[in-house]
Design a protein around this ligand. Structure first.
Ligand code: CO
Length: 133
């Protein structure tokens, strides 16, 4: 699996773009509200980046939810590390068989119409891991 993106929890995407886009020179590749996860997201990549290049995902809470709680308790910062799985259901099954079940029983809708699941940090050396199908 390759790294798909790194998720960063922020209080305001617009404010965060002042750094990631305007200072680092990354380009916004996608914006979306993912209602099922209670967040608004913006993806950024190197300008001209091709398919398969790792991105940064800024996550801003819409209201309550896991990202809102993360910000409340820990403040803005690194939130998750996402890997691209060619076969997400197969990857989930393999991890479950190894005693590493995902938080979900089945992949759920994520940004860009992709299917995603998450592994709790206690099962992944302190990092919330997202698999992206
Ligand atoms: Co993500």
């Amino acid at each position: 699996m390759r790294v798909d993106h790194v998720g960063v929890a922020v209080r305001s995407i617009e404010e965060a773009l002042g750094f990631y886009r305007d200072r680092l020179g990354l380009a916004v590749t996608h914006r979306e509200e993912v209602a099922g996860q209670g967040v608004r997201v913006a993806f950024l990549a190197r300008p001209g980046a091709g398919e398969g290049e790792a991105e940064v995902e800024l996550l801003e809470p819409l209201g309550g939810g896991a990202v809102a709680r993360f910000l409340e308790f820990r403040g803005p910062g690194l939130h998750h590390l996402a890997f691209r799985a060619v076969d997400i259901a197969g990857a989930m099954a393999g991890l479950k068989a190894a005693g590493l079940p995902a938080l979900e029983d089945a992949p759920r809708p994520g940004a860009r119409g992709r299917r995603v699941c998450f592994l709790h940090p206690r099962r992944a050396h302190g990092v919330l891991v997202e698999l992206v199908g």
